[in-house]
Design a protein around this ligand. Sequence first.
Ligand code: NAD
Length: 459
Amino acid sequence: MIQVFNPADGSIVGEAPEMSLDQVKQAVERICAAFPAWSRKLAKERSDILRRWFELVRDDKQVFAEIMVRENGKCLSEALGEIDYGLGFIEWYAEEAKRVYGDTIPSHASNAAVVVTKEPAGPTAAITPWNFPFMMIARKVATALAAGCTMIIKPSEETPLTAYKLLEYARLAGIPDGVLEMVTGNPAEIGKVFTGDDRIRKISFTGSTAVGKLLAAASGQSLKKMTLELGGNAPFIVFDDANFEQAVAALVAAKLRNSGQVCISPNRIYVQDSIYEHFLEAIAAKVSEIRVDQGFQEEFVVGPLVNKVGFDKVVELVDEAKSHGARVVLGGKAHSKGGLFFEPTILADLRDEMRIARTEIFGPVFPIYRFSTEEEVVNRANSTEYGLVAYAFTRSHGRAQRLSRAIEAGMVILNSGSVGTASVPFGGIKHSGYGREGSYYGIEEYVEVKYALMAGLDD
Ligand code: NAD
């Protein structure tokens, strides 16, 4: 069995099956066997089942939230927020299942019709990370099942308890064996089973860029469709004409969410010269009001980092930045609570050549850089291999328009820190991956377009 630990105190909070490769392969057999019947179900039938899953989970949100606090370390209010976010996808795709429309195209031949349909891609697989143990699974499974695909999912071994709870509720809702399967065990070996099986026609992966590239390369052998939601290095740009208070509040909320362990977390914060010092004071004041604690609290608190590897990486990046001249405005070291808690930290006067500027931090660290002009900051924002999201605050409509075009990212968020919801296409470019999740675009990732020419109609 795989033991699951509470990152807040190291206690064991549960276990998950450590499946053999034979068991994994049997689960793959089941999703392949179940595909024909599931794909032929009426869209309305699939929709009703997804809707039922949505309702059952919605009525038991607290159960899911408490599991997530224990295995992930995020606080209760965040866990509940994540559940609403994830439920939004199940609800959305229960509806979208009914709207997978095709086309008719004016025919190029006489007495003929051209009909375009969208067919379910086939049996599919998904691999998810630990930072959003509920939402990631809800989003991928709901989209796949709505499109008429079956799915096998491998959640993160750090947070499998939320995942298996979701499976339990899926069964209660009438999602049978074979339509949705879940496996846990050796990630690399399970990944090879998925990529090596020709019958799996699509893999959706959220996680690190390194693992995403491995999976994409291996899947190339069978030319699978892929959705890759990978790492980020989000710029957060504050111009001197911004609504200052709004920018401060949005930054602090976006950065401290999940203790900074989010792919869309602001990772390089660029503040314009004339407001630089004032901005540092304002975020320091706001961050100082927020407590660090384990997650069973009414209020928002900054929780622990998920594991020792993540914790050590944050310590290393901060220490290295300090040794290269970073100014510590707040925090800067492990928290006195011990364990995996790290102080919310503000580092100023950073330079683009530092490692912290090129690395996804995944911790409660605000790395602040100074800039002078729009042209300069756009170039600096784009000088990364990643391209997931970028944020900018400005009151100028013209500048907002220019930024939305000039910034290389799958998502450009102006005057807000809020990115994801069921109705928008979430995803990145460059080394942040490809494919989109959410909205109408999400379902396109799980269908194949088929064109039928029906000629000789009046013979
Ligand atoms: P990770 O890549 O280590 O793990 C992600 C998943 O892949 C886990 O289930 C893990 O068990 C599995 N895995 C690990 N090695 C594997 C292998 N060789 N073959 C197959 N599967 C394997 O990432 P993580 O540490 O869990 O998550 C953090 C990363 O995820 C960060 O880089 C973050 O930016 C990224 N992320 C991206 C998004 C997005 O939407 N773009 C969202 C959340 C997290």
